[in-house]
Design a protein around this ligand. Structure first.
Ligand SMILES: Nc1ncnc2c1ncn2[C@@H]1O[C@H](COP(=O)(O)OP(=O)(O)OP(=O)(O)O)[C@@H](O)[C@H]1O
Length: 467
């Protein structure tokens, strides 16, 4: 059977034309309805695919990073804050005087070029305009913090230029405990927290001076160090030789952890001079073999720990003992590093008269101090401008201080962990030193310094001559 295709087409055309002429309105409605249904179906499908993609991405993020509803709210808050800060920052800089006048031009303020968020902390990278210094920004840190609704602002140098840390919560505000860690290394003894929330550790090696007014928390550093070293003390890898002339009130709590302990000026000087002699003997032994001592059970690292050093170096009635103590401390500080002898000393009053060997301490920790001058004496000139404000630490925050890192970079605000009497007693029981070496002070006649016996001899001779 042959099909007349032309006739068929004409028939369908005619039918369509008839329908159109008879049911024009219906045809329009039908056509629009079909187009709409098709379009809605397509859009719905597209939206569905988009939504599924979004869900997959968010599921991935949520389970990979463990995001919670709080995190979403925080992200939104952070985004709003950055939006506000972008507008407020240039004006704030100009109002605080942190800007420079371009010749025949406008005032230019530091710009924040990048940022990142940590828990309750905003890190900003700021570009300092030509003619301005980072110190100018650091001097206004308190005012910036108040205006940004933050607890603290600190300014430091970073590989990207200048970093401004805006902290909305101070991790150092509440006292905390640092647990004794069996695996702690001598290169990183845990002492407390840094203000960015990271663990604050100290390397055993630099001669360290801790300065702070009465009640500033020096004892928490002394005991923090001893407890941090506790496993090495028990094994015999480290010996602590303690000196406490304040009626042994402090170190007397845990003498089992100390290999040697002096509580009188005479025994303290004896301890120091014997440490110098042993250090020099070790130096002779090591000379030609190595340039850096490595602690071992046969040759342990010796920490000479002095609580309130001025009692020995400045407030001593016996001037000869005072001179001998200062000499020994200076020798230990200047020759001890390479041969495994470390001095860790505390001081309330950091003036030059209280400690002639102050300059020989290669690491200083400044707790609460009385004024800006003391801060400069302890941490060095220029550290105040870099944000180390020991004299602004409130008495309600003992254990808080500033440390200048060994590489001389910007000072870091830290807090030592609190050490309770119970922790000291427990450590004394569990980590006692393998041996305790008594200090034998020679009888005064035998210990008489050469100069005194010389003068007596000369007096005797004169007397003899007189006779
Ligand atoms: N890191 C710390 N965190 C919280 N509280 C601390 C910390 N260190 C010390 N304290 C508390 O502060 C008070 C004084 O501390 P501490 O005895 O250590 O001061 P100090 O500087 O050694 O004083 P002094 O020179 O008069 O002996 C104590 O009551 C102690 O409990």
């Amino acid at each position: 059977m042959s099909v007349d295709l032309g006739g068929e087409l004409r028939w369908w055309g005619q039918a369509l034309a008839d329908t159109w002429s008879r049911h024009r309105a219906l045809s329009v409605i039908y056509t629009v309805a079909v187009v709409l249904v098709g379009w809605i179906t397509e859009v719905t499908l597209a939206l569905g695919v988009m939504a599924a993609g979004w869900v997959v991405v968010h599921l991935f993020r949520r389970y990979r990073h463990g995001l919670t509803l709080d995190d979403h709210q925080r992200h939104r808050r952070n985004a709003n804050y950055i939006q506000w800060l972008s507008g407020a920052w240039p004006e704030l800089m100009i109002r605080l005087g942190c800007s420079v006048q371009v010749t025949n031009g406008p005032r230019v303020a530091p710009e924040f070029t990048r940022y990142s968020w940590g828990p309750d902390v905003l890190w900003m990278t700021v570009s300092i305009p030509l003619g301005m210094t980072r110190e100018q920004l650091a001097l206004n840190a308190d005012a910036i913090a108040q205006n940004l609704g933050a607890r603290r602002v600190s300014v430091s140098s970073s590989s990207a230029g200048t970093s401004v840390m805006v902290a909305f919560h101070d991790p150092l505000e509440e006292p905390f405990i640092v647990e004794i860690s069996e695996g702690a290394e001598l290169r990183a003894i845990p002492l407390g927290l840094r203000e960015d929330g990271a663990l604050w550790t100290m390397r055993l090696g630099p001669q360290t001076l801790v300065a702070g007014s009465s009640g500033s928390g020096k004892a928490s550093l002394v005991w923090g160090l001893i407890l941090g070293l506790a496993p090495s003390i028990r094994s015999g890898l480290v010996q602590v030789h303690g000196i406490d002339l304040k009626s042994a009130m402090e170190l007397g709590m845990g003498t089992e952890l100390l290999t040697r302990f002096a509580r009188t000026p005479e025994s303290a000087v004896q301890l120091l001079e014997e440490a110098v002699a042993a250090m020099q003997a070790r130096a002779l032994e090591l000379s030609g073999n190595t340039r850096q001592h490595a602690a071992s059970l046969e040759s342990p690292h010796v920490v000479v720990l002095i609580d309130e050093m001025a009692a020995l170096t400045a407030y001593q009635a016996d001037r000869d003992l005072m001179r001998r103590a200062n000499n020994a401390i200076a020798l230990l500080c200047s020759q001890g590093r390479a041969v495994g002898y470390t001095v860790f000393a505390c001081l309330q009053d950091p003036r030059k008269e209280t400690l002639p060997a102050r300059g020989l301490f290669t690491q200083t920790i400044g707790l609460r101090l009385r004024d800006a001058m003391e801060t400069a004496m302890v941490l060095g000139e220029g550290m105040r401008e870099k944000g180390a404000l020991c004299h602004h630490i409130p008495p309600t925050m003992p254990g808080v201080g500033f440390v200048v890192p060994e590489d001389g970079s910007d000072p870091v605000r830290v807090r030592a962990g609190i050490v309770t009497d119970e922790m000291i007693r427990d450590a004394a029981r569990d980590f006692a030193a393998p041996e305790q070496i008594p200090i034998v002070v020679p009888e005064p006649a035998a210990a008489e310094p050469a100069s005194a016996s010389r003068s007596r001899r000369s007096r005797r001779t004169t007397k003899g001559e007189e006779e």
